[in-house]
Design a protein around this ligand. Sequence first.
Ligand code: MF3
Ligand code: CO
Length: 248
Amino acid sequence: MVKLKNREQLEGIRTSCRLLSEMFSVLVPRVKEGITTADLDAVAREFIVSHGGKPAFLGYYDYPASLCVSVNEEVIHGIPGSRVLKPGDIVGLDCGIDLHGYFSDAAITVPVPPVSPKAERLMATTRECLDLAIKAAHPGGRVHDISRAVFAHAKTAGFGVVRQYCGHGVGLAVHEDPQVPNYVGSGPNPRLVPGMVLAIEPMINAGGDGVEELDDGWTVVTRDRSLSAHYEHTIAITEDGVEVLTAW
Ligand code: MF3
Ligand code: CO
């Protein structure tokens, strides 16, 4: 069931999203050669807690960290640890905040320079997928407008589109209905109406579409071990269009 948000709820979600954007503006400059992924998790956690929020992912289905850090062929749900970042890495950072019961969700892929031209093109294309998906969303349209925009742009660029994981409703929980796939399938295709809050999150692979989960029970990698990029915004459908709540 899709839960439409009232004005008061939307204001709470907006504040949570603004805090998440501020967190990313502190976190992203810390992505440098030599830092560990656990260090990045600590930066996120300390920022969130010191601003009165709770890391929304920490403890969610027993996930052990505040941040997902997914490097290179890792697609999503990489667990922070002792891994040291090095030049050429592309680093997906995914985070959510629970601020007084209002949930935000966003992700970005950050390069540790110099990265390959292929990695640059993958990141640019995935960013464009997110931008085009946001432009495709409007009140009166449908969820698959978003799906189609992501899929068409990624495929035109010759990249793989992850199917096993989707965007989703968000705002009063980490994950809510509806699912927001990055391809047009036969699943539900609800109308986009004012009051919907959605996390749109293209996950695009330099190689094939396939992914698999590692033995840690979390980390999702590309099956062919090609690079993968991930960007995500929380948006609200409003009477006049779309508001990007996690814009930075
Ligand atoms: N960020 C993920 C998403 O966008 C959710 C992470 S689930 C967690 O849907 F368990 F890893 F936290
Ligand atoms: Co999400």
